[in-house]
Design a protein around this ligand. Sequence first.
Ligand code: SF4
Length: 356
Amino acid sequence: MGKDIAKDLLAWYSKQGRDLPWRKTRDPYRVWVSEIMLQQTRVETVIPYYERWMARFPSVKQLAEASREDVLRLWEGLGYYQRAHNLHAAAQTVMEQHGGLLPGEVAELERLPGIGRYTAAAIAAIAFNTDTLALDGNLRRVLARLIDLTVEPRSTEGERALRQWGPEQLPRGRASAFNQALMDLGAMVCTPRGPACERCPLSMHCLAFKRGVQDQRPVRSEKRRTPQFHAAAGVICRGGKVLIARRPEGKLLGGLWEFPGGRRERGETLEECLMRELREELDIEVEVGPPLGTYSHAYTHFRIQVHAFACSMPHGEPTLLEHEALAWVYPTDLANYPMGKIDRAISGDILQGGEC
Ligand code: SF4
């Protein structure tokens, strides 16, 4: 069975596989960058970022030597910023400990910052053709349907079944094409909702399809509700400049600049929240003025709505208590400071509205 699956899958892949920019080469650095960018992010979103990144940092050496600010500026908008910090740190480790060449063994790759079990397997398979299967959510779904797995793929039993059956289908010496073929099948044909079984090259081998249960696979656990939070941010202007602060590394959006503020606590109004946050974070007293806008964003585990307010600070100077750095910036210069999606939207509105 394994041989037939591989044969049919690879034949389909050679004709229908996606033409993606990182597939023009097997350069391990390029495969690595693409795999990190693709975590939690759609291919269409990644392509322009990948191309800009490669134009600016065409090698591990150039990435290792870049400033953190430069790295974050190029990553801005792609989200999950810890990925950028880890890529940067790992490039420095590769220069110092591996002579600038990414190692080819899964265990060695896993020792680098930001490279987990899946990414290590993906790099080893795609770039080095190591006989291994890179099992992520996409591949788990495809394999779970092929064997009609009746338990959750991530349960101990499900994981064991997939990790045993999957590699048995892998044709030795073809790991690079085989993994990418499965990735493409999951993205283009065996999609999460409404798999296109009628044009699937593996329908002859697929147990879920034979039993007509493909829409019920993979088995899913009940989803928990995503919590929602409200937060307030202050746009504090003085002498035509606005105050921004850099978030500490290691925290969500670490190293990025923001308009200071924070999460509302139970029973607080947004204005009270903002005054308390600015007192705690910067040791300043502000007068909260009119609202400037409301901005929403969904992270993996929660959603947040940020309410921005114009603020004035009649006296005092902000103190660095919880941030890494503070800066008073002309609104026209805000583009030079890497920011998360919400703060970038606020800075766009400041520019448009002529605040400060
Ligand atoms: Fe997925 Fe359908 Fe193909 Fe089975 S036949 S692998 S369910 S697309």
